[in-house]
Design a protein around this ligand. Structure first.
Ligand code: GUN
Length: 292
C-alpha cells in the first residue's frame, strides 16, 4: 500500500518560507519592496474563479499583496493585450498572472508571450536551463520539491511524463533532465502508453482524463504524481485511479491535496523571487553561483 505525498503539508511549509522571505525583504528594503501579484481572470468559469480566489487568499497569508482584475468573457484579445501592456509598464506591479483557460476567441500563446518575463509569476517564460534557483514553471518546480521532500532522487531513474502541455509536460521533462533523470514523454499520439508507464520508476501524469492511469499501467513500487484535476459531479478527481494505483505504488499524491496546493505555493515562491530581483537582492541563483 502506497504512502501519501502530502501536498498540503509541504505547501504549508513552502508558504511559511515565503512569508518569512517577504518579511525579511520588507525589513531590509522597506514596505515598497513587498511582493505583489496581479491576477487576471477572463470570464466567469466557476472553477477558474475559485482557483483565482484561492491564489489571492494564499497571497494574503504569505505577505504578498494580491490584486484581482475580473474581465467579462466577451473581452477582446486587443483589450486584454492592452491591459497586460499597461501592467508591464506599471512600476508598482511586480508579478502578473493570467488565469487559463482563456475564452476561445483569445490566443493563449499571444497573451502569455505578452507578459513581461520579469513579471511572469507562472514561470511560463523560464529559460530551458532554469533550475531550482530560478523562477521556474510552478507545477514542475512544485513536483520536484514534493519528490525531494519525500526523499526521491530522480538521478539515473526512469521518469515517464504523460502529457506534453507547455505549462506542465514540457517544462516537467526539462526539470527532470536537469536533475539527471532518464525521461520519456508520452502524449496523445503515443502508441501503447502503458508499455512506457509500466517501465516508470517515477510516473507523472497530466492528461485531463479522470482515472486514465489504472493499476495495471504502474510498476510495482513506482512513485506516482497525479497532476490531473478533473471535476466529476463537482468533485475534483485526478488522472490516476487512486484506489487501484495505491496498491502498486510506493508513494502517491492524492487529488485533491496533492500537486494543486503545491503549484499555488510555488506561485508565491516565484512572486518572492521576482520582488527580490527588483530591489537587486542577491537571488538564490547568484548565491549558488558564488559558491560554485
Ligand atoms: N489554469 C490552470 N492551471 C494554471 C496555472 O498554473 N497558471 C495559470 N495562469 N492558469 C492556470
Amino acid at each position: 500500500m502506497a504512502a501519501l505525498i502530502d501536498g498540503k503539508a509541504i505547501a504549508a511549509k513552502v508558504k511559511a518560507e515565503v512569508a518569512e522571505g517577504a518579511e525579511a525583504l520588507v525589513r531590509e528594503f522597506g514596505e515598497e519592496a513587498r511582493p505583489n501579484m496581479t491576477l487576471i481572470e477572463v470570464g466567469h468559469d466557476p472553477v477558474s474563479q475559485k482557483l483565482v480566489g484561492m491564489k489571492a487568499k494564499d497571497c494574503e497569508a504569505a505577505g504578498v499583496i494580491p490584486t484581482v482584475i475580473s474581465l467579462s468573457a466577451a473581452t477582446s484579445e486587443t483589450k486584454l493585450l492592452r491591459l497586460i501592456d499597461r501592467l508591464n509598464r506599471d512600476d508598482d506591479v511586480k508579478a502578473i498572472l493570467c488565469q487559463l483557460p482563456l475564452p476561445e476567441h483569445i490566443s493563449t500563446k499571444k497573451v502569455l508571450a505578452a507578459i513581461a518575463p520579469e513579471k511572469d509569476v507562472d514561470g511560463f517564460s523560464a529559460r530551458i536551463d532554469c533550475d531550482d534557483y530560478d523562477v521556474a514553471a510552478c507545477t514542475p518546480a512544485a513536483v520536484m520539491r514534493m519528490l525531494r521532500e519525500n526523499g526521491v532522487d530522480v538521478a539515473g531513474r526512469h521518469c515517464v511524463v504523460v502529457g506534453r502541455s507547455n505549462i506542465v509536460g514540457k517544462p516537467m521533462a526539462i526539470q527532470l533532465l536537469l536533475n539527471d533523470a532518464t525521461v520519456t514523454v508520452c502524449h496523445s499520439r503515443t502508441e501503447d502508453v502503458a508499455a512506457y508507464t509500466r517501465m516508470a520508476d517515477v510516473l507523472i501524469v497530466e492528461v485531463g482524463r479522470a482515472g486514465y492511469i489504472t493499476a495495471d499501467m504502474i510498476k510495482e513500487g513506482a512513485v506516482v504524481i497525479d497532476v490531473g484535476m478533473n471535476y466529476i459531479d463537482g468533485r475534483p478527481t485526478g488522472d490516476v485511479d487512486f484506489a487501484g494505483a495505491s496498491q502498486k505504488a510506493s508513494l502517491i499524491t492524492p487529488v485533491p491535496g496533492g500537486v494543486g496546493p503545491m503549484t499555488r505555493a510555488y506561485l508565491l515562491v516565484n512572486a518572492l523571487k521576482l520582488a527580490e530581483r527588483r530591489v537587486g537582492k542577491e537571488t538564490d541563483a547568484e548565491r549558488k553561483a558564488d559558491h560554485e
